[in-house]
Write a protein that binds this ligand. Structure first.
Ligand SMILES: Nc1ncnc2c1ncn2[C@@H]1O[C@H](COP(=O)(O)OP(=O)(O)OP(=O)(O)O)[C@@H](O)[C@H]1O
Ligand SMILES: [Mg+2]
Length: 273
């Protein structure tokens, strides 16, 4: 079980990105993190994979605390699917998936492509599970479409049998049909392999359709935590209310910021005659 216990994160410039977040994620649970831009979703996620350290509170996995000092524990148990995927374009699909065992195998093994047969079999099985046809196995990753590459990234994430898989906006650049198909693959993989998946999304309808559970953040705090069926239209509207207000305020032209006299010299713009 992945537990966030009163987790806070204040960045050095004073931004309080995450405030007092306490949530528990079960094995095999597909949890979608929602919330307006800047709500703290990526920060929360990056505290699980050790990229960001909580200022206070703690995150633990099956009783072991996840901290930067405990990086090996994180590498063995937590996989990340980045929006930019980070596949190695020149390597084959199969080899890219096999690199998912790197935290548990060695760099040298990867370098010489000498992955044991059982690992190669597992990589093929995972690729088939996420719906990538066998004919693509030996193609270079760079030759695949965005949706196909996303499937390779999902297969790679599950390669080392992680307990937690993090996915930060995994369908941001895909069309609706491909997005649904990819989210379905991710959810099925979570169930099949008993991993907790924490996935940030900006699309409410996908969250309602695929999540086992939705955690919505607003200004760093948990605003909603429950099943999709419990997320009423009222909750959905008020989740984005503050952001809407801020956007409409910032859309109003402000005399002060447009006034050349008040422009800081460091912009090098100088006053226009
Ligand atoms: N390294 C940093 N230093 C200072 N502030 C940061 C840093 N990283 C993020 N922030 C701030 O923390 C807040 C939360 O950012 P975060 O990236 O976690 O939001 P998010 O919910 O993932 O947003 P989005 O949906 O746009 O990806 C924002 O105000 C952001 O500007
Ligand atoms: Mg983010």
């Amino acid at each position: 079980m992945l537990i966030f216990d009163q987790v806070c994160r204040v960045y050095p410039d004073g931004t309080q990105a995450v405030k007092d977040v306490s949530i528990k994620l079960e094995k095999g649970e597909f949890c979608v993190l929602l919330g307006p831009s800047g709500a703290g979703k990526s920060t929360l996620m990056n505290m699980v994979n050790g990229l960001v350290e909580p200022t206070s509170g703690e995150i633990s996995l099956d009783g072991d605390r996840l901290t930067k000092k405990n990086l090996q524990l994180i590498q063995r148990n937590v996989s990340m699917i980045h929006q930019q995927l980070h596949l190695i374009p020149r390597l084959s699909v199969l080899h890219n998936v096999l690199t998912g065992v790197l935290p548990t195998t060695g760099f040298i093994t990867s370098l010489f492509k000498s992955f044991p047969k059982d690992q190669q079999r597992r990589a093929c099985e995972l690729l088939s599970e996420v719906g990538l046809e066998e004919k693509h196995l030996m193609r270079r990753a760079s030759e695949l479409s965005g949706g196909q590459q996303q499937r390779v990234a999902i297969a790679r994430a599950f390669m080392a049998s992680p307990k937690v898989v993090l996915a930060d906006e995994p369908v941001a650049s895909l069309d609706p049909a491909m997005s649904r198909s990819v989210l379905n693959s991710l959810k099925t993989a979570a169930q099949t392999h008993g991993a907790s998946v924490l996935c940030t999304l900006h699309q409410m309808d996908y969250a309602l359709e695929f999540a086992d559970r939705i955690v919505a953040l607003r200004q760093g705090e948990v605003f909603f935590d429950g099943a999709p069926s419990e997320m009423t239209e009222e909750v959905q509207t008020s989740l984005y209310e503050i952001e809407r207000q801020n956007l409409s305020e910032s859309a109003q032209p402000s005399q002060k910021t447009c006034d050349n006299q008040t422009m800081p010299n460091s912009f090098g713009l100088g006053a226009v005659a």
